[in-house]
Design a protein around this ligand. Structure first.
Ligand code: PMM
Length: 272
C-alpha cells in the first residue's frame, strides 16, 4: 500500500497570518498550540514567523527569530519534530541549531542566496516551494500559458540548482506553491496534475489548507470569528485526494480533520 502522507501542522507566530489571525503570537500560546497539533497527530510542527499573505511586506530577521526560536526550542525539547518555515538562511541555521528537523522555504532558496549552503551543511530535508517573487508583488506574477508545464520546469531548475549548490538530492522535497503567484484556476490545475510534478524525482508537499481558492468554492465562506473554519472541510477533501495522488506530505491547520481524511484513504485502499 502506498505510504500515508506526513502531516505538517501549521503554527504561524505572526501578527497578520491570513489564516489564524496571529492568535498565537505569544510564545507560551504558540508552544501550547504546537503541542496540541502534535497530540492531534501532526508529524511535524511547521513554525513560521513571517506572513506570506498576498501583499505582505518582509519582516526583519531579528523579529522573525525572536518569534520562532523560543517556540522551535521548546517543541524540540519535548521531542516534537519541528519544521522551520523561513526564507531567511540565518533563521534556518538558528532554528536547526535550536532543534528543527526540516527547513521549509516558500522561495525554494531564491530569496536568500545563503539558504542552499545552510541546508546542505545541516543535512536536513529541505522543502523547496515554487515561487516567483515576494508576497508584495506575487499576484502580478500569476501569468502562465501552461501553469503545470511552467511550474514543472521552474521546480526542475530549482532542484538542479540546489543539487549544484551541495544539497543532497534525497533531502529535497518539492511543493507546487498553491496560492503563490497562482490564482484559483492555476491551483486546481496543479492539484489535478500532481502526477506531472512527481516525475521530477522528489517527494511532494502540498499546502492547500484554508487558502482563498477553497473559500471561493460555492457555499464556503471566509472564516468569521472563532468557530470552526469553513475552509477546513474542503481542505480535508483536498488532503484525501492529494493522498490518493501519492504526495509525501500535507501542510494543514486542522490536523485532526486531515488525519480523519487520511484514515478514510487508508480504509478505501484496504478495500481495493
Ligand atoms: N503556504 C503558506 C506558508 N508556508 N509552505 C509550504 N511549503 N507550502 C505552502 O503552500 C505554504 C507554506 C501560507 O499559508 P498560511 O499563511 O496559511 O500558513
Amino acid at each position: 500500500m502506498p505510504e500515508r502522507p506526513r502531516i505538517f501542522g501549521v503554527l504561524n507566530v505572526t501578527t497578520d497570518s491570513f489564516s489564524d489571525g496571529g492568535r498565537f503570537l505569544a510564545a507560551g500560546d504558540a508552544i501550547a498550540q504546537g503541542i496540541r497539533l502534535a497530540e492531534s497527530g501532526a508529524d511535524y510542527i511547521d513554525v513560521g514567523g513571517e506572513s506570506t499573505r498576498p501583499g505582505a511586506d518582509r519582516v526583519p530577521a531579528e523579529v522573525e527569530q525572536a518569534r520562532v526560536l523560543p517556540v522551535v526550542a521548546a517543541l524540540a525539547e519535548r521531542g516534537i519534530a519541528v519544521s522551520i518555515d523561513t526564507m531567511n538562511a540565518d533563521t534556518a541555521r538558528a532554528a536547526v541549531e535550536a532543534g528543527a528537523a526540516v527547513v521549509n522555504d516558500v522561495s525554494g532558496g531564491l530569496a536568500d542566496a545563503g539558504m542552499a549552503a545552510v541546508v546542505a551543511e545541516a543535512g536536513v530535508p529541505f522543502v523547496a516551494m515554487h515561487w516567483r517573487g515576494p508576497s508584495s508583488v506575487m499576484t502580478t506574477l500569476a501569468r502562465y500559458d501552461d501553469v503545470v508545464a511552467e511550474v514543472r520546469t521552474e521546480l526542475a531548475e530549482r532542484r538542479s540548482r540546489l543539487i549544484d549548490q551541495g544539497v543532497a538530492p534525497e533531502q529535497i522535497v518539492l511543493d507546487p506553491g498553491l496560492g503563490f503567484a497562482k490564482d484559483a484556476e492555476h491551483n486546481w490545475r496543479l492539484l489535478a496534475h500532481l502526477d506531472e510534478l512527481h516525475d521530477l524525482g522528489s517527494p511532494l508537499l502540498v499546502g492547500a489548507s484554508r487558502k482563498r481558492f477553497l473559500a471561493a468554492l460555492p457555499g464556503i465562506a471566509e472564516a468569521q470569528g472563532s468557530g470552526a473554519d469553513p475552509r477546513d472541510l474542503p481542505t480535508a477533501v483536498v488532503s484525501a485526494l492529494a493522498a490518493l495522488a501519492g504526495v509525501w506530505a500535507l501542510r494543514v491547520h486542522d490536523v485532526a480533520g486531515t488525519r480523519t481524511a487520511l484514515d478514510v484513504v487508508d480504509a478505501w485502499r484496504r478495500g481495493a
